[in-house]
Design a protein around this ligand. Structure first.
Ligand code: CA
Length: 258
């Protein structure tokens, strides 16, 4: 009876309600979130992997150098990368620059780890399009919270309703993730794009930095409000002549003027 074993398996699954996840296609809707941890300090990498996988729905893999990270991403693109800045061979900033320059990885969520506390490093990371950064030493809880926040935003973006804003000069297609000013395409980072989306959704209303932190960053405890100003400043600069639509409301926050 060659079929009896699979049939028994089916029966067992029916009884227990168990899903044979190993048999599901790799890209099924319920698949685990794959996180690539790029860190040469193996103890730290292993701790991160352990903390992330504790939730049960994350599968983390580790590589110890920048060039290995690029190979791993090419072979099997993850859902998110935790990228240390200090790496052998190819630095984290170089890896981020390369990923952002490739169309297939331009929007891959990246959280940077840096041992350095200098603001210039963080600004460089954000400038390169990192979604977030965490300064060492960090708590695993904090890192996990940031990973969840970045992934939640990604899910929100994926499930967002089609929406287009068109002022004549500024055209933003939030479904197609395309923004242009006077017909010329503007390249925004994920965060800048979501900032713009939130501004447009709340046009002509004052939005506080705290609200932006909560709605665009997804949490309110770990990031400095100064980062909001840095991102808004960059978004404004990229929007060029229509950047003035984002007004600073002294003492309150910002207002996108339609
Ligand atoms: Ca390192």
């Amino acid at each position: 009876m060659p079929c009896s074993y699979p049939l028994q398996m089916e029966r067992a699954r029916e009884l227990t309600g168990e899903v044979a996840t190993a048999e599901l296609p790799a890209r099924a809707g319920s698949r685990n979130t794959r996180v690539l941890v790029v860190e040469d300090e193996h103890d730290i990498a292993a701790l991160i992997k352990h903390a992330l996988e504790r939730s049960g729905d994350v599968q983390a893999s580790i590589v110890g150098s920048g060039d290995a990270a690029l190979r791993a991403v090419a072979e099997n693109p993850p859902d998110l990368i935790i990228l240390d800045l200090n790496l052998p061979v190819l630095s984290g900033t170089e890896v981020c620059r390369i990923l952002r320059g490739r169309p297939d990885t331009a929007n891959l969520p990246v959280i940077m780890l840096t041992a350095r506390t200098a603001e210039s490093d963080r600004v460089t990371g954000l400038d390169l399009g990192a979604d977030d950064y965490v300064t060492k030493p960090f708590s695993l809880r904090e890192l996990s919270a940031r990973v969840r926040a970045v992934l939640r935003r990604r899910t929100t973006m994926a499930g967002a309703k089609p929406a287009v804003y068109n002022s004549g000069r500024l055209m933003a297609d939030f479904d197609a993730v395309a923004v242009s000013v006077d017909g010329a395409a503007i390249r925004l980072t994920r965060r800048e794009f979501e900032l713009l989306r939130f501004f447009v959704e709340n046009k002509n209303r004052v939005v506080s930095r705290d609200r932006l932190l909560e709605r665009v960053w997804g949490y309110d405890r770990f990031i400095e409000t100064r980062s909001v100003d840095v991102h808004v400043g960059r978004l404004r600069a990229k929007l060029g002549p229509v950047g003035t639509q984002i007004e600073t409301v002294v003492g309150l926050g910002y207002r996108f003027v339609d």
